[in-house]
Design a protein around this ligand. Structure first.
Ligand SMILES: [Zn+2]
Ligand SMILES: [Zn+2]
Length: 212
């Protein structure tokens, strides 16, 4: 599978524009899935264009949680895409698109791609099957990474993590991972890099990650 970070607080690729928020594209098996949409639709679409990603190529859109920096680009994106299935977490928030299906429980959303279900009434994360376990894709990790890892491990050992980790500090939980790419709202990026120099990967818009 391949993950491309489209929208992030920092830019890994200097041709992309950074801004507070998160969005990434996941290509896995026959699916092309957009996870979160950043804060601003125009910037999401221009970063996608620079990365050569056609909006209409996306077949599934998953929103992690209803905060502006993750759902702000949704309207603009859907104006360019007439076919994608849209999955929104059922948090009780009224902010919901007419094309969206509400998600509460853990389930498969596309072949080999699962949602943890909504945790702590706020957020869902993605769990993608890879050869030696699963990869976890996180928006902000508001429910706490420990809870998210527990939910994800129902689908296999978590070997990789990409996305926002917020104020997570239980660093030992990441000991056995092959890849750690904390980005977006992660508070302790420097500490993670120091603790895990072998497996830490710098995030940012334009970063591409391949996992077998
Ligand atoms: Zn948030
Ligand atoms: Zn966020």
């Amino acid at each position: 599978m391949e993950i491309t970070i489209i929208y992030d607080n920092t830019a890994f690729d200097p041709f992309l524009v950074p801004a507070w928020g998160f969005s990434c594209l996941i290509r896995h098996k026959e699916s092309t899935l957009l996870f979160d949409t950043g804060a601003e639709g125009a910037l999401l679409l221009s970063n996608m264009e620079k990365l050569g990603i056609e909006p209409e190529s996306v077949d599934t859109v998953v929103l992690s949680h209803p905060h502006f920096d993750h759902i702000g680009g949704l309207e603009n994106f859907l104006a360019q895409n007439s076919r994608a299935k849209v999955y929104f977490p059922d948090t009780g928030a009224p902010n919901m698109h007419s094309r969206a299906t509400l998600i509460r429980e853990s389930q498969e959303l596309a072949p080999g791609i699962h949602t943890t279900g909504v945790l702590s009434f706020i957020e869902q994360s993605l769990v993608v099957e890879i050869s030696n376990g699963v990869a976890l894709i996180s928006g902000c990790a508001h429910p706490g990474l420990k809870n998210i890892l527990d939910a994800a491990s129902n689908y296999g050992e978590v070997k990789a993590i990409v996305g926002g980790l917020h104020d997570f500090t239980d660093f030992h939980l990441l000991r056995d991972m092959d890849l750690i790419c904390p980005t977006h709202c992660t508070f302790y990026m420097n500490q993670l890099q120091e603790m895990f120099p072998e497996t830490y990967l710098q995030g940012g818009a334009g970063r591409k990650i391949h996992l077998d």
